[in-house]
Design a protein around this ligand. Structure first.
Ligand code: HEM
Length: 465
């Protein structure tokens, strides 16, 4: 039964709740974020629903989400079979934990990621070298055939950057291929909307293979096992870099606190790769899709790169002078995130929001679309790809209502790493090549919903500049 003062929404039917209506809207609109936008249009910015046994509140629009992001009692994460079966039946990691446990672990990881990433010369050099390797790879490929799938070039190099962040070491080709296959399988098997057995847990007992439970557990076990092997190798290696090393040092210090454990370390590695890798790769996939669709934007960025860099390779130090290229990065991130929701939240106690009652343990889902694809939130011509909206008088302007990495205690831990690595790859490739559509191969910006939003695979006609 609906609790009193629960937000308005579609009718609840026995057993399924509103699952059928959500599925219908999803099909009709083509994406989950547009489906929940349609609910907001009908019922208002805060919509109440039930799917299976879960009560869900969907929140839409900048005003409501801005308020919600800073409410501590709405900062939890769901505690259900989907969030625990990924890590041996216990809540571990960062993405799906909360309370004091999360605070202690997140503080530690954030400090080490930020130290390991762009403030450290060695990480910066590593990323710049990976960008050079992408450029070399594309240069070699187009000598044989100018039509290439750029995405396949990014993936392995971006993965190498991640492994470096986590392990402090370069990974060999065999390891990268193994992790690449695992993340590929993860993306294919874990939908954007979460696994169906998370909402209908009994399916795990009736049809564990068919409902995706077995593959879900298997794939997480394999990724954890990959990092377990890494930890064993790094345990006896003298190094002062990478999240694993810092975490092991903390465990051995005798002052680690009860939330620290080796199982938790493995879950953190899993979270970093799963939460971040696909997001960076798909943002890059969208960036080059929009660039081939807008030769004028490409040309303007190249003129800026040529004027500022005078042939030098792009570096992070030069970023403030390449505001239009940074505009491309921000505009791509805007179009990428607006195709999805924030990771689900949970009310950690009974509370009121926008005049409605939200019971403890209700799942709360915030829609990015209403924050960045809506004139009401201040985005004029929001469907257009326009990097200029982030540039004013030659400087990057980051509007206060542009928070694609979140705000407050649950803010993304990979913001700096993402922004810098995407910038270096986009600037490096634009400096070296021209990108065009392939004649006879139409491309589309339609959303494909994998674990993170993506677009259909496309090929690019690439020539050296
Ligand atoms: C384009 C790239 C990315 C975007 C747009 C993005 C966006 C986000 C957003 C919106 C959240 C949720 C914030 C919230 O719930 O309020 C989040 C959480 C998170 N992100 Fe990212 N992210 C990106 C890349 C990365 C990378 C590269 C990493 C890892 C190095 C990463 C690790 C995480 C983690 C661990 C969380 C969970 C934080 C928490 O639950 O407290 N993300 N991200």
């Amino acid at each position: 039964r609906k609790p009193r003062y629960f937000p308005p929404g579609p009718a609840w039917f026995p057993f399924l709740g509103c699952a059928w209506e959500l599925r219908r809207l999803h099909k009709e609109k083509g994406s989950l974020s547009e489906a929940t936008q349609a609910l907001a249009t009908k019922y208002g910015p805060v919509v109440g629903a039930r799917v299976g046994r879960e009560r869900i509140v969907f929140v839409y629009g900048w005003k409501a989400i801005d308020e919600m992001l800073c409410r501590d009692e709405l900062n939890g994460r769901p505690d259900n079979i989907a969030t625990t079966s990924r890590t041996g039946g216990k809540r571990r990691g960062i993405v799906f934990t909360d309370s004091e446990f999360l605070q202690e672990q997140k503080k530690f990881v954030l400090r080490h990621i930020n130290e390991a990433s762009f403030r450290k010369e060695v990480m910066r050099e590593m990323i710049e070298e990976e960008v050079r390797s992408i450029i070399d790879g594309v240069t070699r490929a187009i000598q044989k055939n100018p039509v290439v799938d750029l995405y396949s070039f990014f993936r392995i190099h971006v993965l190498n950057m991640f492994c470096f962040l986590i392990t402090g070491q370069r990974s060999n080709e065999h390891e990268l291929n193994e992790l690449e296959a695992l993340t590929e399988s993860f993306t294919r098997n874990v939908p954007l909307s979460g696994p169906v057995f998370g909402l209908f847990p009994f399916l795990k007992h009736i049809c564990p293979e068919y409902c995706g439970y077995n593959v879900y557990v298997r794939i997480h076990e394999k990724i954890l096992e990959f990092f377990h092997k890494k930890v064993e190798v790094l345990r006896d290696t003298a190094s002062n870099r990478g999240v694993i090393h810092a975490y092991l040092a903390k465990l051995n210090s005798g002052h680690s606190g009860s939330s620290f454990s080796e199982e938790q370390l493995l879950a953190i590695c899993l979270d970093l790769v799963v939460a971040g890798y696909d997001s960076i790769c798909n943002t890059l996939k969208f960036a080059f899709l929009y660039l081939i669709l807008h030769p004028d934007i490409q040309q303007k960025a190249q003129e800026e790169i040529d004027t500022v860099l005078q042939g030098r390779p792009p570096t992070i130090e030069e970023k403030p002078h390449l505001s239009y290229v940074e505009g491309i990065v921000l505009e791509t991130i805007r179009t990428f995130v607006s195709r999805s929701h924030f990771p689900p939240r949970r009310a950690t106690k009974d509370t009121h929001f926008n005049g409605y009652f939200i019971k403890k343990n209700t799942t709360v889902i915030l829609n990015h679309r209403g924050m960045y694809m809506d004139e009401a939130a201040g985005w004029q011509n929001h469907e257009d790809f326009d990097p200029g909206r982030f540039v004013r008088e030659g400087n990057v302007k980051n509007p206060a209502n542009f928070v694609p990495f979140g705000l407050g205690k649950r803010r993304c831990v990979g913001e700096a790493f993402s922004r810098e690595s995407i910038f270096l790859i986009v600037a490096g490739l634009l400096q070296s090549f021209n990108f065009e559509t392939v004649p006879g191969n139409p491309v589309t910006v339609e959303t494909v919903e994998n674990f993170t939003p993506s677009c259909k695979s496309y090929k690019t006609y690439v020539t050296l500049r």
